[in-house]
Ligand binder design. Structure first.
Ligand code: MG
Length: 253
């Protein structure tokens, strides 16, 4: 592992392990999405995640991270990220963000999706679509010699052009031997700033998009982030490698 400034550049062997980690994680999240139905508690989703991780021989990246009690984060409606699995029941019309991180052979992969439970309103569907597309607008900027903030800017511009707001208080991150490595990747800001992207960097890009204002607050449990105005929020994330051929999405489903 070499480094440019403080951003690690992965070797081919490290990338091979990260690819495996990403592939396993994509299978796990695909199966977990099927468990998201009305009448299920978020704790049951967490238990399903724990079973799947055991089955695939990987460990939960979030469990115990700074004391986080769950295997995965499950955030419903106005919850933005870091929802602690518990007794909350999923019901028809909800949107649920599922953020899953794993460790495979000492390397981390991180991904998130937001799905609707049963039929959801057209406005919620638009929120999901715009957030998903915003992630891909960011990923399109993952090319050698682009600046880091080209990712940030593309996401913000796309989200705001659809009259939603982009969360500022939480950002994406480098990933590899640790869950959170340099650089921080804001989902907002002017283009052409920050470090140049180089082959071997691996980035977790994760726009969080609010239907109302961008401001958030943290609940008394010390973890759950909710929108300040109580309006819904969506979150999508992929772990992406910078390659000479452009972005390689390691967690592609
Ligand atoms: Mg992440």
């Amino acid at each position: 592992m070499k480094a440019t400034n403080s951003i690690s550049l992965k070797t081919q062997e490290e990338l091979r392990i990260l690819r495996e980690a990403g592939r396993i994680l994509s299978v796990i999240i695909k199966e977990l999405k099927c468990s998201l139905t009305a009448g299920v508690t978020t704790k049951e989703v967490d238990a399903a995640a724990e079973r799947l991780m055991k089955e695939y021989g990987v460990t939960a990246a979030f469990k115990g991270y700074r004391g986080f009690p769950g295997c995965v984060c499950v955030s419903v409606n106005e919850e933005v990220v870091h929802g602690i699995p518990g007794s909350r029941l999923l019901k028809e019309g909800d949107i649920v963000s599922l953020d899953v991180g794993i460790v495979h052979n000492d390397y981390y992969a991180d991904t998130a999706v937001t799905v609707g439970i049963g039929n959801i309103s057209a406005e919620l569907q638009r929120l999901l679509d715009v957030t998903y597309q915003a992630l891909y607008k960011g990923i399109e900027q993952v090319r050698e010699d682009n600046h880091l903030s080209d990712i940030s800017h593309a996401i913000q511009e796309f989200v705001e052009s659809h009259h939603f707001s982009i969360v500022r208080d939480f950002v994406g991150h480098g990933i590899g031997r640790r869950l959170h490595e340099d650089p921080e990747i804001p989902n907002y800001g002017p283009p052409h700033n920050g470090p140049l992207l180089k082959e071997g960097m691996v980035l977790a890009i994760e726009p969080m998009v609010n239907a109302g204002v961008w401001q958030t607050r943290i609940l008394e449990d010390g973890w759950t982030v909710v929108t300040q105005d109580g309006k819904p929020s969506a979150h999508f994330e992929h772990t992406v490698a910078v390659t000479a051929r452009g972005p390689e999405i390691l967690t592609r489903i």
